[in-house]
Design a protein around this ligand. Structure first.
Ligand code: HEC
Length: 143
């Protein structure tokens, strides 16, 4: 009798273990979801890639880095997208002030450029407007 009980306990244990394993397997496909949800936002990209020069509030640094906050340069979307993709060096005029620094081309894909510029256009005192990955791609292809 005891042996039988023992065996059935083991059987139950094995069954439990097996179904544990199953449960784990079932949850596998959704494991990737939190990673996908953690895709960086425009704000994340701004903080990681732009803040060092243009500052958190987008005011830039007088005489060194031009402002993105209320920047009149942003009125030209094509030039703005191109600036991020290609960077620039030499003279640039923003809100009537001249800057002669160098901005390195940003190593960002179309989605990331669209996200960070949508953030810039929609924040930092700017008047809004979205930049789409398709617009970024079109300008990348042009140059
Ligand atoms: C290493 C410093 C640096 C980083 C990092 C940087 N920039 Fe710039 N940015 C500059 C400088 C310097 C200029 C002016 C370049 C010139 O004189 O040709 C500029 C100019 C610009 C301009 C056009 C002028 C204006 O102020 O409106 C835009 C738009 C811009 N940057 C956006 C960005 C964005 C978006 C990022 C992040 C994805 C970024 N920059 C990262 C230094 C930087």
């Amino acid at each position: 009798m005891n042996k039988l009980r023992c065996a059935s306990t083991i059987a139950v244990l094995l069954f439990t273990l097996a179904s544990c394993g199953d449960a784990n397997n079932k949850s596998k496909p959704s494991d990737g979801e939190p990673v996908a949800a953690a895709k960086p936002t425009g704000e994340d990209i701004y903080k990681k890639n732009c803040v060092a020069c243009h500052q958190g509030n987008g005011e830039g640094v007088p005489g060194a880095f031009p402002p993105l906050a209320k920047s009149d340069y942003l009125a030209d979307k094509e030039k703005t997208i191109s600036q991020v993709i290609k960077g620039s060096s030499g003279e640039i005029t923003v809100n009537g002030k001249t800057f002669t620094g160098t901005m390195p081309a940003q190593q960002l894909n179309d989605d990331e450029v669209a996200a960070v510029l949508t953030y810039v256009y929609g924040n930092l005192g700017n008047s809004g407007g979205a930049v789409t990955p398709a617009e970024v791609k079109a300008i990348r292809d042009k140059h």
